[in-house]
Design a protein around this ligand. Sequence first.
Ligand SMILES: Cc1cc2nc3c(=O)[nH]c(=O)nc-3n(C[C@H](O)[C@H](O)[C@H](O)COP(=O)(O)OP(=O)(O)OC[C@H]3O[C@@H](n4cnc5c(N)ncnc54)[C@H](O)[C@@H]3O)c2cc1C
Length: 390
Amino acid sequence: MKDEYDVVVVGAGPAGAYAAATAASECDVLLIEKRQEIGNPVRCAEGVSKEGLARFLPPQKRWIANNIASARIFSPDGTVLEVSEELAGPEVGYVLERKIFDRDLAKRAAQAGADVAVRTRATGVIRENGFICGVKVRHLGESLEMRAKVVIAADGVESQLARWAGINTTLKPIDLESCAQYLMTNVDLLDDCCDFYLGSEAPGGYAWAFPKGHQIGNIGLGALASKLQSKHPIDYLNAFAERHFPDGQPVELNIGGVPVSNAARKTVADGLMLVGDAARHTDPITGGGIINALEGGRLAGEVAKQAVRVQDPSLKVLKQYEAAWRASFGKKLERNYKIKDIFVNLSDAELNKLIRSLEGLRLEDMSVAGIIKRLISRNPRLLAGVRHLF
Ligand SMILES: Cc1cc2nc3c(=O)[nH]c(=O)nc-3n(C[C@H](O)[C@H](O)[C@H](O)COP(=O)(O)OP(=O)(O)OC[C@H]3O[C@@H](n4cnc5c(N)ncnc54)[C@H](O)[C@@H]3O)c2cc1C
């Protein structure tokens, strides 16, 4: 590591690694990660759409655990809505091996010329004349200062960079899914099908079972922090696993949060850009964030190069990044936040009614938006609050 770079990226998840790889084609880049192993622990159910991923990377066998051809959505009373591949549109995809995927992304950044440092935690920002011009780090017990023309905060849901830079990204309990997940063996799952369970087993969220190979899969759930009723998400997970997978045995447990808020109102400052979960770019309905993290990373990397090229890392230049992500996926996040607000408050009886209303229907568009549109047309009163969004 040197003590001065064009661009320092904090956090080697998908957003940070993709931003670093993009910027490194022209700039001197450092990518730092506080963990000793990139990609581990896995705080993710690892589901991703094929079409989404293909926009960024050619799929590699080594980081695909399973090809997913269909999905099933279970209502609280067990009614099933089946979504097959030819109808599912862009929502079908892969279950990834993020331990390998995230490392490959970091490897791409290194191969593009970035320096990568693990066990290196950002502990503060360096600020001069109102500009963020570097980060303070702890690296293997040593305190160091890394100066940079541009800092990219890709430090995930718990992002501290934003706060240190004076940007408020605090999540209210109604905007945070508290998640717990087992990688579980001895589970009978359809090989190529992802299952979603709605209702009070995961209040304000949903539970999932994603297959990762023979008799093994990600069994998890996210519950809205405001609806946990002083229980821990693991309590809900244990109850869910006992009911649906009584023979299951955990081989790994992961706990994590997913922002289901609006995107951060401000994602740039002089010398700084926020990307991925740090910018609250996860989808408020599904909690999926990998694809938007890659897209945000790409856009931030491009704008960082531009700022270095014109030697101007001020807000004036960096705000191109904010305009770009808003044009790309900002509208969808806004719409889905409003939809989420209605769905998290539906009772089990109402969810049963919704899923039953689509039973046996052959839908042409089974994307999340497509399903919601059909639900609205079949249940106009129950979903009156979201009708105007389509
Ligand atoms: C249980 C669960 C299930 C999920 N399932 C899915 C799913 O199926 N599909 C999907 O698309 N999304 C899913 N998500 C969301 C997805 O994991 C995130 O949206 C995605 O990882 C965001 O990428 P990121 O790069 O922004 O953040 P992260 O992947 O969280 O990476 C941030 C990195 O920053 C590092 N870091 C943090 N602070 C510092 C610091 N001070 N210094 C240095 N490094 C730091 C962290 O260690 C971490 O490696 C899930 C999330 C959870 C919690």
